[in-house]
Design a protein around this ligand. Structure first.
Ligand SMILES: [Zn+2]
Length: 62
């Protein structure tokens, strides 16, 4: 998936089954993906967001 902040970075977390922590992707009856837990890009743009039912929900710690 592409980073939703618009920085253009490709987040490959779904392609790495050994990645830690491991994300759980569920798809509801409408085909909308939900990702758990939240995604935190620890370098570069430092985005922190949830993907819930196909919608990006931003986390803001400050
Ligand atoms: Zn970004």
């Amino acid at each position: 998936m592409k980073c939703p902040c618009g920085c253009g970075r490709i987040l490959e977390l779904l392609l790495i089954p050994e990645a830690h922590p491991r994300w759980k992707l569920t798809v509801d009856s409408g085909g909308r993906p939900t990702l758990h837990p939240s995604v935190w890009v620890k370098d570069g743009c430092r985005s922190h967001f949830w993907l819930r039912q196909g919608q990006i929900e931003w986390c803001r710690d400050d």
